[in-house]
Design a protein. Structure first.
Length: 421
């Protein structure tokens, strides 16, 4: 009966031939399991019909493709979910320089290796050369490169005379371009310039380490002005907090997303009051737990100290999630040269998040946060065919979130794992 129903529904959907996509755009994807959404029961022996870049139909039980619908063999046979979003990346590596004219063969490998190789059909660039990243985004959208949808925040803003110590080795001409607004008017102007360049939000460094234990902080009125201007333009405000005081300042400024947990203060815990304020004001959190071990190892911090500091960040995530806070997956890849997100999944699980909570942080939560919940983040008829096919079920081992067989964006396979991998 299910097979008959599928055939009839597809035939009805395609009866107006002038609107029917070409047969090459219409295919059947099968899987051992389909996670429709993090809050819905999975379907076993599942199938999805993709047509013209959209999800046309889905269901369970074995089914033969109706006439005109090909079987997508290369990507069938795994566990299907909605496409993933990495909410914290940077296109700052030299491999992406000169994106406006660099040959495709030079750009495609690093682009795939950082994004679609791990299932990311959407990424949020939280700080890079705006013009270069916009050129990269446009080449993807024109089909010259196979890559994810890129959302950007333009040039991040720093406190006055507050460039963090770890960026001071940048070329002087680049350092001079980093905005450090000294007034409300300057902050609003930076937001406007970013928006005109294609930015969909703003990133604020409300507190920056200067070395020797010194923290420079953005004036509260400047942070609020930047947030207000961004919101008036329909964008989101993301904040690098550095320490718990920075998290509190972000909340008071009215930001939308805190892009890190914190370890740079001996008081690594977030108070119950602070967590409650974040949740009450609908502030989302990108934990970036993997980053801390990476940074501490570079600094030759002893393993036991690293574990203690990362454990403190895990407790922040646990408290925030338990209070009902919205968690968004992100790794800071691009700044962090470790491209593989496996450890982030492991640490999030160690903090107490379930596999379905992690799936939500990758799919439905970021779609909702970026006002795209009506077209992506779930496997649903009419939604964009942004899909990930995994080689195993992440409900039994969260490491399998990184074991990607295929990454599909708007119906097109951007990454297909070679059998020898």
């Amino acid at each position: 009966m299910k097979r008959v129903t599928l055939i009839l529904s597809l035939a009805t959907a395609g009866c107006a031939s002038s609107q029917r996509p070409a047969s090459t755009d219409r295919y059947l994807l099968t899987g051992t399991r389909l996670y429709v959404a993090p809050d819905a029961p999975p379907l076993d022996n599942a199938w999805v019909v993709v047509s013209g870049g959209k999800i046309e139909a889905m269901g369970s039980a074995p089914v033969a493709p109706p006439p005109g619908v090909r079987i997508e063999d290369a990507c069938s046979g795994g566990v299907i979910t909605a496409g993933f979003q990495n909410s914290h990346v940077h296109f700052t590596d030299a491999a992406f320089a000169g994106a406006v004219s660099r040959p495709r063969d030079e750009l495609q490998p690093p682009l795939s290796g950082m994004t679609t190789r791990f299932g990311f059909t959407t990424v949020v660039d939280t700080g890079s050369d705006p013009a270069n990243t916009e050129a990269l985004r446009q080449r993807i959208e024109r089909g010259e490169l196979q890559g994810p949808a890129i959302l950007t925040v333009g040039s991040p803003m720093y406190p006055r005379n507050g460039i963090p110590f770890y960026l001071r080795d940048l070329p002087p001409e680049l350092l001079a371009q980093l905005p450090q607004p000294a007034s409300v008017e300057e902050a609003r102007a930076v937001v406007r310039t970013n928006a005109e360049g294609g930015a969909k939000g703003t990133k604020l460094f409300v507190a920056t380490p200067q070395g020797g234990g010194e923290i420079r902080r953005m004036a509260a009125e400047i942070a609020r002005a930047a947030a207000d201007e961004t919101h008036q333009r329909g964008g989101l405000v993301m904040v690098h907090p550095t320490d718990p005081e920075g998290v509190s300042a972000a909340v008071q400024a009215g930001v939308d997303v805190v892009v890190h947990t914190t370890i740079d203060s001996p008081k690594t815990g977030w108070s119950e009051e602070l967590v409650g304020q974040m949740v009450a004001r609908h502030v989302s959190l990108v934990p970036t737990l993997q980053l801390w071990g990476y940074e501490l190892a570079k600094a030759d911090v002893p393993a036991d100290v690293r574990d203690r500091l990362v454990g403190g960040a895990e407790r922040q995530l646990a408290a925030f999630s338990s209070a009902g806070g919205q968690v968004l997956f992100g790794t800071d890849v691009g700044y962090m040269t470790d491209l593989d997100p496996t450890q982030e999944y492991v640490l999030m699980a160690h903090a107490g998040l379930t596999p379905m909570q992690i799936l939500a942080s990758l799919t439905s939560a970021p779609a909702a946060r970026w006002s795209a919940a009506e077209r992506r983040g779930r496997v649903k008829p009419g939604f964009d065919a942004d899909l990930v096919v995994l080689n195993g079920d992440p409900s039994t081992d969260v490491r399998r979130f990184a074991d990607v067989k295929c990454t599909i964006r708007t119906g097109k396979a951007l990454f297909v794992r070679a059998s020898a991998e």
